[in-house]
Design a protein around this ligand. Structure first.
Ligand code: ZN
Length: 270
């Protein structure tokens, strides 16, 4: 059936960065513990007459408060692709951590797509423990509840198709309700893992990231990502700077800002 599907274009927009050490990115640390920075992304899926934003990033105040250097507002990245925030009618929220679910007011008119399990986790007794709550922002969670009562939130459970060739898949692990996004492209099924795999290394080396709700589900999630994608090369991790190196910019002036994920990796990575 997939041959009848029209392929989507998929972009990663890099909006912030954070210098970190490798030891902070793996349970049990890292014996070498050299620099292993995080990139922060939102992703855009364009095709079949619709534009889908995946995650909304964080705003300038949050960048200062959490000491994460912000490079640009995600809306500026969208504008570079000729997309205005008003064009965004649907937003898939992979999970509600501060770096994925901020900038609420920018996308107030859009319908957000979220797993039931993520809303229930973010408002559950588990948030009594700072180790579980520290990556959430109360204001983002409250905004999501307000959105629900405005009729702008659509819940999904486990696997659901949002449009032909575009589906969400509950993974859990990192947070209880984390979902990945599977999208049909001209190179096959691409899977936006978001934080189901922060780095390629978490997945390839089976070394899980230390911010985690359930380690067993995180490990199982790596298998699910492989099952959903056309190949391991079709899985896009959530914070790995290698993504910017591996995939080509859609235009020369977007180098270092936006890469295109629906096309083959640059020749040096093929
Ligand atoms: Zn994240």
């Amino acid at each position: 059936m997939t041959t009848e599907l029209k392929p989507y274009e998929v972009y990663a927009i890099r909006y912030a960065e954070n210098p970190r050490l490798a030891g902070q990115n793996f349970i049990g640390g890292d014996p070498h513990n050299g620099p292993m920075p995080h990139d922060y992304f939102v992703w855009v899926i364009v095709g079949n007459g619709r534009t889908w934003l995946v995650d909304t990033g964080f705003d300038a105040d949050m960048a200062v408060r959490r000491e994460r250097p912000r490079l640009r507002c995600p809306s500026e990245g969208l504008a570079l692709l000729g997309i205005s925030v008003a064009d965004i009618k649907d937003v898939i929220i992979t999970h509600m951590h501060y770096d994925h679910a901020g900038n609420e007011e920018l996308f107030a008119g859009a319908t957000f797509h979220l797993q039931d399990a993520e809303m229930s986790f973010a408002t559950s007794r588990h948030m009594c423990h700072s180790i579980m709550s520290h990556a959430y922002e109360c204001e983002d969670v409250v905004a999501m509840v307000r959105r629900l009562y405005r009729g702008k939130l659509q819940f999904h459970e486990c696997t659901e198709e949002l449009a032909p060739g575009l589906s969400v898949h509950h993974i859990g692990g990192h947070t209880q309700g984390l979902q990945a996004v599977r999208v049909w492209t001209r190179r096959g099924w691409v899977v936006l893992a978001s934080d189901a795999a922060h780095f390629y290394a978490n997945m390839v080396e089976s070394r899980p990231f230390p911010i985690v709700h359930n380690v067993a589900n995180m490990m199982e999630g790596f298998r699910t990502l492989r099952r959903l994608a056309s190949s391991p090369e079709h899985i896009i991790p959530g914070h790995d700077p290698l993504v910017m190196k591996k995939y080509p910019a859609p235009r020369a002036d977007l180098e270092g800002i936006v890469v295109r994920l629906d096309v083959e990796p640059r020749p040096s990575f093929a």
